[in-house]
Design a binder for this molecule. Structure first.
Ligand SMILES: [Zn+2]
Length: 91
């Protein structure tokens, strides 16, 4: 499938901002596995890595996952108290 300039954010990955065209792939915003189509409005440019990790997740679910991954980098410490409650301390 040829890359069209009408794709959303065609010059960079919509998730990580990568601008290297060699790594670009065409991603279905709503995955085909979940009923998404090949219509242009359902296509966007992502890099290979983001597309791989997104898998069959929806755009919304993948953005949520990226947000959580970003928060993981900020974790300074995790503790579990006697009643099993988990406390996460961010830096
Ligand atoms: Zn990316």
């Amino acid at each position: 499938m040829a890359i069209s300039k009408s794709f959303k954010h065609g010059s960079k990955c919509v998730y990580c901002g990568c601008t290297e065209p060699l790594y670009f792939t065409i991603d279905h915003i709503k995955p085909k596995a979940k009923g998404g189509t090949d219509a242009l409005e359902n296509l966007q440019t992502t890099c290979v890595l983001c597309n791989f990790f997104k898998g069959s997740r929806s755009d919304k679910d993948f953005k949520l996952m990226l947000k959580h991954l970003g928060e993981l980098h900020k974790i300074k410490a995790v503790s579990v108290n006697a009643s099993g409650k988990i406390n996460v301390y961010l830096s």
